[in-house]
Design a protein around this ligand. Structure first.
Ligand SMILES: C[S@@+](CC[C@H](N)C(=O)[O-])C[C@H]1O[C@@H](n2cnc3c(N)ncnc32)[C@H](O)[C@@H]1O
Length: 286
């Protein structure tokens, strides 16, 4: 009985797996329950920061709808039924030794993209904060990129993708859904992020959604900070995806240049605003 229980606990806690490995489903579920128990209720009650209160009211809890949403979502649905196989150069945290994976487009559409709820939240964040520059690290099929492009039609949205076959599909997405203010940079973040940073005055809004492991995440964060002023906003995806990502998130929160963070479980939001004298780390239900 005790042996069975220990095996069960070992299994759900992912003991024996490397820190890089994605947590298994029961572990993620337990972590999600812990998040719900710790999180503020999402209505802003008990939140004393006016900035965060306003963010909750005007951005987090606002609604995003319109014909443009339906158009993007219709394209997402089409992709999720597309059985065409593609050969994907694999650069992320789960990269295989041979470096390529063959997958159906449908699998990518169902497994790699941010859901409508989060894509719409990023759209509202851009419309609300109006950053001077927007970068997405990890384009995949370009669905979230469309939400970003819709929010700021006069801003060039730069999106980076390492797998050429995926980048081509993203270009087809932009063509079909009808966004022209997007620039796709194909290649590894490791090479392309320094080039991007050379080209801009200051970092604006960055969605870091690729290569979910500790070292690259911290490298990208520190490079981005080197070109950031207090207006920069970073969104880190999958902060509770693995032990490594949780370690990276803890280190990012503790960084002295970071003044405010919001943990929504599936993403972590980072602000550098100087008006926030005391560092504050919020966990908010979303
Ligand atoms: C989770 S998907 C991005 C999803 C997209 N942001 C969305 O919400 O629809 C991550 C993408 O990042 C790309 N990627 C991962 N590591 C990379 C790296 N080191 N350089 C360039 N691209 C990378 C992968 O090929 C993959 O398409």
């Amino acid at each position: 009985m005790w042996l069975m229980l220990s095996i069960f606990i070992l299994l759900i806690l992912n003991v024996g797996k490397g820190n890089k490995m994605k947590y298994n489903k029961p572990t993620i579920l337990l972590k999600y329950i812990a998040y719900l128990l710790k999180a503020s209720n999402g209505k802003g009650h008990g939140i004393h920061s006016p900035f965060v209160f306003s963010f909750i009211k005007n951005v987090l809890n606002a609604k995003t709808q319109g014909a443009w949403v339906d158009k993007i979502e219709k394209y997402r649905t089409d992709l999720s039924y597309n059985k065409q196989a593609i050969k994907i150069l694999d650069l992320g945290a789960g990269a295989t030794k041979q470096g390529y994976k063959v997958k159906q487009i449908a699998e990518v559409a169902k497994g790699a993209l941010k859901s409508k709820k989060y894509s719409a939240l990023l759209n509202r964040m851009l419309a609300y904060f109006k950053p001077i520059a927007v970068l997405e690290m990890g384009t995949s099929l370009g669905i979230t990129t469309c939400y970003l492009a819709q929010a700021l039609p006069d801003t060039k949205i730069v999106t980076m993708e390492g797998a050429p076959a995926i980048a081509e599909l993203a270009l087809a997405t932009f063509e079909n859904v009808g966004y022209k203010n997007i620039q796709v940079v194909v290649g590894n973040f490791d090479q392309n992020l320094p080039l991007y940073l050379k080209d801009i005055d200051h970092v604006g809004f960055v969605f870091i959604d690729g290569n979910h492991s500790y070292e690259p995440t911290m490298t990208y964060f520190n490079s981005l900070l080197s070109k950031s002023n207090e207006d920069a906003i970073f969104i880190f995806d999958d902060i509770h995806w693995s032990k490594e990502m949780e370690n990276a998130w803890e280190e990012i929160k503790a960084d002295e240049r970071v003044s405010l963070t919001i943990d929504l479980f599936y993403i972590g939001i980072v602000f550098l605003k100087k008006e926030n004298k005391e560092k504050e780390n919020f966990i908010i239900r979303f």
